[in-house]
Design a protein around this ligand. Structure first.
Ligand SMILES: [Zn+2]
Ligand SMILES: [Zn+2]
Length: 303
């Protein structure tokens, strides 16, 4: 194998979009530098913030927590929040991993559940949605409910920012899905940082420029414990899987496609946002495209 771009060691990582070739050490520093650069570039943090990290136990959120602690815990307060959607044999296992890691770190932590806060687990939702197309698929309930609880609980924890583990692949999939759906309203809400308002904490995605594969590599290099069986048992319903497959194929054939889609979106974003004005839910203050947010609408539908 070829040499590292930065030293005379053998390269262990080949990143075709650069192209970059790095040894373990230089891959690590490349990954960490990009993380800090992302936070600066999108002005994600100012001084003395209270950052509530959404921790699911998966690789993204565990790497995010690790990096925020490593580089920002001196100037910022870092707290963790886990949400239990009530998906048996999945989230309970992931949360166990999350809790173990969080306890090691001695940071303020909260665990909230769909059951307690909404009166329904995702299994209850699935029983209602089943094949009933008019109220939407099971998976379309999970995200809005999770975002709603994330915000409400972060408010209780005095957060000034909510940090989530969304990576480059996630974001590019969302952009493509909104493009295929002709959904400008939703597309306007994407991006590295979401504006806040009274009762709505701004959300940041510090792993926004990190490809999923590299997060997996970083987690393994740095021995970051995480729950790796990441496929939700309900996700056979998710349209996202089809987009993931298609986009990964494009990235393999044409390296750099992901960053190119992201840049296209960022060039377009100001005009989309001018057209699609940001509004907030009358009931719970969450960012919303109508009078009520999708979580509040969906709660009405299944109750
Ligand atoms: Zn090197
Ligand atoms: Zn709402």
């Amino acid at each position: 194998m070829a040499k590292c771009d930065k030293c005379s060691n053998q390269s262990k990582f080949f990143l075709p979009y650069g192209p970059h070739k790095y040894c373990n050490k230089h891959f690590n520093s490349f990954f960490e530098k990009r993380f800090k650069k992302t936070i600066r570039k999108y002005k994600m943090l100012s001084k003395n913030e209270v950052i509530v990290v959404g921790v699911s136990g998966g690789k993204d959120s565990m790497v995010l927590l690790h990096l925020l602690e490593k580089f920002y815990s001196k100037e910022q307060t870092i707290k963790a929040l886990s949400i239990d959607e009530g998906i048996p044999n999945y989230r309970n296992k992931a949360i166990k991993v999350a809790l173990k890691e969080i306890k090691k770190r001695n940071i303020e932590f909260k665990l909230v559940s769909f059951k307690k806060k909404l009166g329904k687990t995702m299994v209850d939702v699935m029983k209602k949605t089943g094949r009933n197309k008019t109220i939407g698929s099971t998976c379309s309930y999970c995200g809005p409910f999770r975002r709603k609880l994330l915000n409400e609980t972060a408010v209780e924890m005095n957060a000034t920012k909510i940090a989530t583990g969304h990576n480059l692949d996630d974001e590019v999939q969302s952009i493509a899905m909104n493009f295929f759906d002709n959904d400008l309203k939703r597309m306007a809400r994407l991006g590295a940082i979401t504006k806040g308002s009274k009762g709505f904490i701004p959300r940041i995605k510090p792993l926004y420029l990190a490809p999923e594969k590299e997060i997996i590599a970083y987690a393994s290099l740095n021995k970051i414990n995480h729950f790796s069986e990441e496929c939700c048992p309900f996700s056979w319903q998710a349209k996202r899987n089809a987009f993931r497959t298609m986009l990964n194929e494009m990235e393999t054939k044409f390296p750099g496609t992901f960053y190119s889609i992201l840049s296209f979106f960022e060039n377009l974003k100001p005009s989309i946002q001018k057209k699609e004005k940001t509004t907030f839910c009358k009931k719970c203050n969450t960012l919303s495209s109508g009078t009520l947010c999708s979580a509040c609408l969906k709660l009405e539908k299944i109750n």
